[in-house]
Design a binder for this molecule. Structure first.
Ligand SMILES: CCCCCCCCCC/C=C\CCCCCC(=O)SCCNC(=O)CCNC(=O)[C@H](O)C(C)(C)COP(=O)(O)OP(=O)(O)OC[C@H]1O[C@@H](n2cnc3c(N)ncnc32)[C@H](O)[C@@H]1OP(=O)(O)O
Ligand SMILES: Cc1cc2nc3c(=O)[nH]c(=O)nc-3n(C[C@H](O)[C@H](O)[C@H](O)COP(=O)(O)OP(=O)(O)OC[C@H]3O[C@@H](n4cnc5c(N)ncnc54)[C@H](O)[C@@H]3O)c2cc1C
Length: 667
């Protein structure tokens, strides 16, 4: 999608491409219809001045937030006026490209009501939420507890005399802290609180609490609410009003407790349904599965900028070629950049699969089949963890790959990083989530002789074979076999999990021993997730990939798998499945893959189809006209509004005109 000024500095690069670019764009968009919607919404946002991202990093917080409210309001108006479908609306929000209160309203408040509300409650709340007559947020985390959901302190005490719950924040640490949209925008909060009936604590349940007047938006009586303060980076996540909230004995009707999983009757009786209480965590599972495809999008933005810039930037030369070399020609640049390019493709493929996994579990849950829930929880938690960590690090690596210019906000990379990096923490701290995967693996292994593992854990059913047979690769091209690769990842993961499981089994079963082994548990969870990523990327390629792009996708898939193998060589070697020589052979194969990517690199990032408006980067421009735009951009800097800087008279002039020796000067 070219929106440069005509002159294409990257035309030579594009002419080298060896695959069907249009087919790749459609593949990455998820289909022809999605591609068309995406193109239409990208243009709609790019052509609407209200959505402009210019100056975002220069705005003070108040202006930034107000501007963000303006955009969110305008987006909603556009959706209504143009009669956009839900898919179109989501795409529009995507291209507006800034975190805002509507994310939590649509992404967590509504899904939580759908998942945990009775039909009657859904009838009451969803129509209001769908037309945005109320704005909701997801108020789970408190000052004192985030990861430990069972440790939350807010209470909801049932009063049978009035048929109400009394919402209360008994301690400072019980203050709700972090919920997005809570600080300034929300009228309602989905509050996770300890349910108390007749002095009995039934643990954490969800309640809908009105917090602001629908008349004038002021906080309701005995509700203390506000924004928690400026966050990391310029722009970034500061468009979001992450908030605090305290209740001082605030009364809400009994019907405001979401009662699909448990009920409190009028006379105060607590009744659990026969559904697993983990369904109360459903909104988190929903967001975690979506985060994988988001990771691909964010990483692909950084990689697009770094690849295009690396093809434009020239440094040094060699005696064999005239002129200076494009930095993309350097092997070191390729070995840092191309695996990230391959990773963005891998996460896209796995993200598509995640969507189908989620659709499947939702269908099962509707039929009261809860059998796959633990596996889906482990999978969404683990892949959320790995993909966000790698993406955040990858964005930062792309910044370094752009040298000094990457450090300028004009590169688009600092803001991208600031907006993305909290994904490693929100929706579950990444280490906490890997520990969940590890617990799942331990449980699966402990039952393996009785219950055949399914889905992404099925390979653990072959634990004996995977623990005894070693890798058969004897020449580089032996690695060019997806079964050989898959078996290497399976054997490494199975062996790592079995080793730590065995160590724990030999012990006393104490919590202290478990804690002692958590570093190994996290490593084994990571190994399991890397296996899922490699295997699902391979699986996606093998199911109906168009001819014109298959070869390139295979190259990217091998690049991804080899770079994972090499980056984790220590683990692979420690399990004894592969030898040092086999790793060396994989390294050689990876270099061959780089040679295959090189002529296609620019076209492979073009296929992500990010507009210049969406990228917001002088370095990543489609036309490659980097230097002109960096130079022009400097004149937009507010320090350059005047030729002589504001402050000269008061602070610079005296320094320059005193003409006195400083007392400590030795000159
Ligand atoms: C028009 C515009 C539209 C725009 C839309 C855009 C959409 C965008 C979407 C939004 C995107 C981004 C915004 C994101 C904002 C971020 C929001 C948040 O951060 S919300 C807060 C998130 N908080 C967490 O994630 C907390 C992390 N902690 C936990 O998840 C859990 O407490 C725990 C997993 C650590 C469990 O602790 P523990 O006390 O051990 O657990 P329990 O006793 O409660 O349960 C143990 C048991 O349950 C299983 N389990 C745990 N979690 C789940 C789950 N989610 N699903 C299923 N099962 C689960 C666990 O495995 C154990 O099972 P056993 O069999 O008993 O072993
Ligand atoms: C930008 C942003 C937006 C957010 N939006 C929302 C929202 O909309 N709604 C909401 O409810 N919350 C929200 N949160 C909160 C978020 O979900 C929590 O911050 C997150 O779940 C992590 O919890 P924590 O802060 O308690 O971290 P902690 O658990 O205190 O983690 C601190 C450190 O301790 C380690 N640690 C903790 N427990 C263990 C353990 N058992 N074993 C080993 N290591 C451990 C962690 O790995 C981490 O390194 C948001 C947070 C951010 C940053």
């Amino acid at each position: 999608m070219q929106d440069g000024n005509g002159l294409d500095h990257l035309a030579g690069e594009r002419a080298m491409a060896q695959f069907d670019l249009q087919a790749m764009k459609v593949y990455l968009a998820g289909g022809q219809r999605e591609y068309e919607i995406s193109t239409k919404m990208a243009q709609l946002v790019a052509n609407d001045p209200v959505f402009s991202k210019e100056d975002r990093v220069r705005l003070a917080r108040k202006d930034l937030y107000k501007n963000s409210l303006r955009k969110a309001g305008h987006a909603w108006k556009t959706i209504l006026e143009k009669g956009l479908s839900e898919v179109e609306g989501l795409k529009l929000r995507h291209f507006v490209d800034e975190p805002t209160y509507t994310d939590l309203h649509w992404g967590m408040f509504i899904p939580a009501i759908k998942g945990q509300g009775t039909e009657e409650q859904q009838h009451k709340w969803l129509p209001l939420a769908y037309k945005m007559a109320i704005i909701g947020c997801y108020a789970q985390t408190e000052l004192g507890h985030g990861s430990n959901v069972q440790g939350l302190e807010t209470t909801a005490t049932f009063d049978p005399t009035t048929d109400e719950f009394i919402m209360h924040s008994p301690t400072v640490t019980s203050t709700k802290w972090w919920p997005g949209g809570l600080g300034k925008a929300s009228t309602h909060a989905l509050v996770y609180a300890r349910l108390i009936t007749d002095k009995k604590d039934h643990g954490i349940h969800a309640f809908i609490a009105p917090i602001r007047s629908l008349e004038d938006h002021t906080p309701l009586p005995n509700v203390t609410v506000g924004d928690i303060g400026v966050k990391f980076g310029n722009g970034g996540y500061n468009t979001m009003d992450n908030g605090f909230l305290r209740f001082d004995h605030v009364r809400i009707p009994r019907e405001n407790m979401l009662m699909r999983l448990a009920t409190v009757t009028k006379d105060g009786k607590y009744v659990r349904s026969n559904k697993p209480r983990q369904l109360g965590y459903g909104a988190m599972v929903f967001v975690r599965q979506g985060i994988v495809i988001d990771a691909s999008i964010y990483l692909s933005r950084a990689v697009t900028i770094a690849v295009r810039y690396s093809a434009v930037r020239r440094q040094f030369g060699n005696k064999d070629e005239p002129g200076e070399l494009q930095v993309i020609q350097y092997r070191t640049q390729q070995s840092r950049l191309f695996p990230l390019l391959a990773t963005a493709y891998a996460y896209r493929a796995v993200g598509f699969w995640m969507k189908s996994l989620y659709a499947d579990v939702m269908k099962r849950l509707n039929d009261n089949d809860f059998s796959t829930l633990p596996e889906v929880h482990a999978c969404t938690a683990g892949l959320k963890s790995i993909t966000t960590s790698v993406t955040a690090d990858g964005i930062e690596e792309c910044r370094k790959l752009c040298g000094g210019h990457g450090f300028l906000c004009a590169s688009g990379l600092p803001e991208l990083y600031a907006a993305y990096v909290p994904a490693c923490t929100y929706e579950g701290d990444n280490t906490i989530l890997l520990l969940q995967v590890a617990r799942f693996l331990l449980k699966t292994l402990s039952q393996v002789s009785k219950v055949r593992p399914v889905g992404t854990a099925a390979y653990l059913g072959n634990i004996k074979q995977l623990s005894t047979q070693n890798c058969k690769v004897s020449q580089g091209h032996d690695w060019l076999n997806t079964s050989v690769l898959l078996e290497a990842f399976e054997a490494r993961s199975a062996r790592q999990a079995a080793a730590v499981a065995l160590r724990l089994a030999k012990g006393s079963g104490s919590e202290a021993e478990f804690q002692e082994n958590t570093p190994e548990l996290v490593e084994s969870a990571r190994a399991h997730c890397q296996l899922i990523l490699v295997s699902k990327f391979i699986e996606q390629l093998q199911t109906g990939t168009p001819e014109g792009i298959r070869k390139q996708l295979e190259v990217l898939c091998y690049t991804y798998a080899f770079s994972q193998l090499i980056d984790n060589a220590g683990d692979f070697l420690a399990t004894g499945y592969v030898t040092g020589n086999q790793i060396a052979l994989a390294k050689e194969e990876l270099k061959h893959m780089f040679d295959k990517i090189r002529p296609n690199a620019v076209a492979l990032v073009d296929a992500f189809d990010h507009t210049d408006d969406y990228l917001g980067s002088a370095l990543g421009r489609y036309d490659g006209d980097v230097y002109t735009h960096l130079y022009k951009g400097a004149f937009k800097e507010s320090l350059n509004d005047t030729v002589v800087v504001d402050g000269y008279e008061e602070y610079l002039k005296p320094v320059l005109t005193q003409n006195l020796w400083a007392p400590h000067s030795k000159l």
